[in-house]
Design a protein around this ligand. Structure first.
Ligand SMILES: Nc1ncnc2c1ncn2[C@@H]1O[C@H](COP(=O)(O)O)[C@@H](O)[C@H]1OP(=O)(O)O
Ligand SMILES: [Mg+2]
Length: 231
């Protein structure tokens, strides 16, 4: 990727801050097919309803933080939809929910483990999860959070930076938050570890992210350390 230096510096409308961006400070994280297991299952079982859970994710990070994201959902309704956000410019393609009567938590459909189940049980006891829905894909789960679910909880490693960059940008623009399950920020520099080894916790704007972090037991958090090297 490169900038067309003949065009950008001559654009008088562009702020100095934008002109000073260096190429190596920008990383684009792409997941061309998020929800791979769901595609496979949809084909195998001829269950086309599962295709709704498939998304294409494009996230742009600047100095390690997501600043823009696109979540394209090709099988939404009859013609698909594209939900996108740029930092400071709001969310487009969907109107984020401002609250809900129930706190529904979405989690993995195909990568369930003991730590995921234990984290969900702990959240239930503190009334942070009235119901749990198991659906596929990081993109689809964050769309569910934007549309009225309280949180997306994945207390397990395995999810990658390309699964979370775009969705974090869109969720943050809607007032929500996405971190690992210990509350650590996810980093998106080009040499960062690819796996989100600390799990994923995404919350809607109308719940307290910190309540979810405080409630997930320490032994689960300790079982999901973060590594600094590229994995
Ligand atoms: N153990 C794993 N191995 C590979 N990918 C994983 C794993 N766990 C999660 N993911 C990725 O994170 C996304 C969210 O996980 P889940 O649907 O299980 O909640 C998945 O769609 C998958 O991306 P992908 O479908 O692009 O391979
Ligand atoms: Mg993916």
């Amino acid at each position: 990727m490169g900038f067309n230096e003949e065009v950008l510096p001559s654009d008088r409308l562009m702020s100095n801050e934008l002109k000073e961006i260096k190429e190596n400070e920008v990383v684009v994280w792409v997941d061309p097919l998020d929800g791979t297991s769901e595609v496979a299952l949809a084909v195998k079982n001829k269950n086309l309803a599962l295709l709704e859970q498939v998304t294409v994710l494009i996230g742009i990070a600047y100095k390690g933080s997501p600043v823009a994201g696109i979540i394209h959902q090709p099988y939404h309704s009859t013609s698909g939809r594209t939900v996108w956000a740029i930092k400071g410019c709001g969310v487009h393609g969907l109107t984020p929910a401002l609250g809900n009567t129930q706190k529904v938590v979405v989690t993995t459909r195909s990568h369930l483990s003991e730590s995921v189940s234990s984290a969900l049980e702990a959240l239930k006891t503190k009334n942070l999860a009235d119901n749990v829905e198991k659906v596929g894909g990081a993109g689809f789960k964050v769309l569910k959070v934007l549309e009225g679910c309280a949180a997306y909880v994945f207390a397990s490693a395995g999810c990658k930076k390309w699964d979370t960059c775009a969705v974090e940008a869109v969720l943050t623009a809607a007032g929500g938050r996405l971190t690992d399950i210990s509350g650590r920020e996810l980093r998106y520099e080009q040499d960062v570890q690819l796996n989100n080894t600390g799990g994923v916790l995404a919350t809607a704007s109308w719940v307290k992210h910190q309540d979810y972090i405080n409630t997930i037991p320490e032994e689960i958090k300790n079982g999901l350390p973060e590594y600094s090297s590229k994995k």
